[in-house]
Ligand binder design. Structure first.
Ligand SMILES: *Cc1c(COP(=O)(O)O)cnc(C)c1O
Length: 351
C-alpha cells in the first residue's frame, strides 16, 4: 500500500484499523443513534473537539456528511437573499457556484493568489454572510487569522463563514473570529471520508433561529434542535463520530500540532528552495498554505513524477483543475510521518 500525500483523502492515522475493530467489538457499528450510548459519544466528541482545537465553549458543533454538504446547508438555512464570496481558487469558486444556484443574487470577489486582500476594502453594505476559504486546497494558499478577524471587525452585522476543510485540526484557527467554520475529516483529521463538521457561534445559532428554515432534512433549524440533546436529524455516520472521538483523544493540543505543521512546512520550503526542478506555485510566502504544499515543475518532470513516486510507495496529489499539468500538491497533514516525508523527499531529489 502506498502512502498517500494526496491533500485529502490522505494518509489516515495508524490507529484507525484498531479503532474500527474496537467499534465493532463495542457494538458501535450497530448502535442506535437515539440511545444514551450514542448521546454520550456525541457529547464527548464535541467536548474533545472544543478542547483540542481551542473552539470557544459557547460554540455549537454539528455533524454532516461532507464539506460540500455544509456549503449547501449554509445556503439553505442561513442565507435568505445574498451571500458574498471572497476567493482565489477552485474550492472558493465551487462554494460560490453552489450557493448561487439557490441564491442568484449572491456575489463574488476574486482576488489574486499572490495577495491577501486589503482589510480596509472589506466593508460590505449588502449581503448577510461573507464566505471565506481559509485554506484554498487547489492552489495552496491560506488567509491568516488576522485577516478573518479584520473582516469580522469591519462587518459586525454579517455572519462570517469560513471553509477550513483542509486546515482544521492541522493549524491553529481563531474560531472566535468567525461565526461558521466548516470542514470534513479526510484531511487534517487523518480519518476516512464520510463526515463533515459545522462549527457555529452563538450569533450564528441566533440567526438560524430567526431564519427558521425547515424545508430540508438537514435544515440547520432541525439540526440545532436535535443537537441540544446531542443528536442528529438523520442516522449519522456513528462509526466516524466514534473514530473522531478516539482520534481527538490521542491528539495533542492544536498549539502543539500547529508547531509541528509549521516546522514540516519549513522543511518542505527548505527542500524546494534548494531544488533545481521545483518551485512553489505561489511566490509570496505570506499567503502559502502550511497544510497543502503546491509545487510547480516543468511538464517533463511532471510527466514521470507520478509513476516514479508510486514505484517508491508514495501517492502524490495532482494539480487541481486548470493547474493539473503544471503543479502537484502534497498534503502536510498531521497523520503523515516524519520518515514518510523524508522518504518522499528522497524520491524527489533523485529525479
Ligand atoms: C476537500 C475540500 C472540500 C470538499 O470536501 P468534501 O468533504 O469532499 O465535500 C471543500 N472545500 C475545501 C477547501 C476542500 O479542501
Amino acid at each position: 500500500m502506498s502512502v498517500s500525500f494526496y491533500p485529502g483523502p490522505s494518509r489516515v492515522e495508524d490507529k484507525i484499523p484498531a479503532y474500527v475493530k474496537d467499534a465493532f467489538k463495542e457494538g458501535i457499528l450497530s448502535m442506535n443513534h437515539r440511545s444514551p450510548e450514542f448521546v454520550a459519544i456525541c457529547k464527548t466528541t464535541v467536548g474533545l473537539l472544543k478542547q483540542k482545537l481551542s473552539i470557544p465553549k459557547d460554540y455549537t458543533i454539528f455533524f454532516t456528511s461532507s464539506a460540500t454538504e455544509c456549503w449547501e446547508i449554509l445556503a439553505q438555512s442561513l442565507v435568505t437573499k445574498e451571500s458574498i464570496h471572497l476567493y482565489n481558487g477552485a474550492f472558493g469558486e465551487k462554494w460560490f457556484t453552489y450557493t448561487q444556484k439557490l441564491h442568484p443574487h449572491s456575489t463574488r470577489i476574486e482576488y489574486d493568489q499572490e495577495i491577501i486582500p486589503e482589510i480596509d476594502s472589506m466593508v460590505f453594505k449588502s449581503g448577510e454572510m461573507i464566505c471565506l476559504t481559509q485554506n484554498e486546497t487547489s492552489n495552496g494558499t491560506q488567509l491568516p487569522n488576522s485577516f478573518i478577524k479584520g473582516v469580522q471587525k469591519n462587518n459586525p452585522k454579517h455572519l462570517i463563514a469560513v471553509d477550513a476543510t483542509s486546515s482544521m485540526a492541522g493549524i491553529r484557527l481563531d474560531f472566535a473570529a468567525a461565526d461558521i467554520w466548516l470542514a470534513s475529516v479526510q484531511k487534517c483529521f487523518g480519518m476516512p471520508a464520510g463526515l463533515g463538521l459545522i462549527v457555529a457561534s452563538p450569533k450564528a445559532i441566533q440567526k438560524i433561529r430567526v431564519v427558521n428554515e425547515t424545508q430540508h432534512y438537514n435544515s440547520l433549524t432541525l439540526m440545532d434542535q436535535m443537537m441540544l440533546s446531542w443528536q442528529t436529524s438523520f442516522t449519522p455516520n456513528v462509526m466516524a463520530i466514534y473514530l473522531l472521538m478516539r482520534i481527538m483523544r490521542d491528539r495533542p493540543s492544536i498549539a502543539e500540532v500547529n508547531k509541528q505543521t509549521v516546522k514540516r512546512y519549513q522543511a518542505w520550503k527548505e527542500f524546494i528552495d534548494h531544488s533545481a526542478e521545483l518551485r512553489f506555485l505561489v511566490e509570496n510566502q505570506k499567503v502559502r498554505s502550511h497544510t497543502v504544499i503546491t509545487i510547480a515543475a516543468s511538464e517533463a518532470f511532471m510527466g514521470t513524477l507520478k509513476s516514479k513516486a508510486r514505484a517508491k510507495g508514495f501517492l502524490i496529489g495532482e494539480g487541481y483543475g486548470a493547474l493539473k499539468k503544471s503543479t502537484f500538491r502534497l498534503a502536510n497533514f498531521p497523520a503523515l510521518k516524519e520518515k514518510e516525508i523524508k522518504g518522499l523527499m528522497k524520491v524527489l531529489k533523485r529525479f
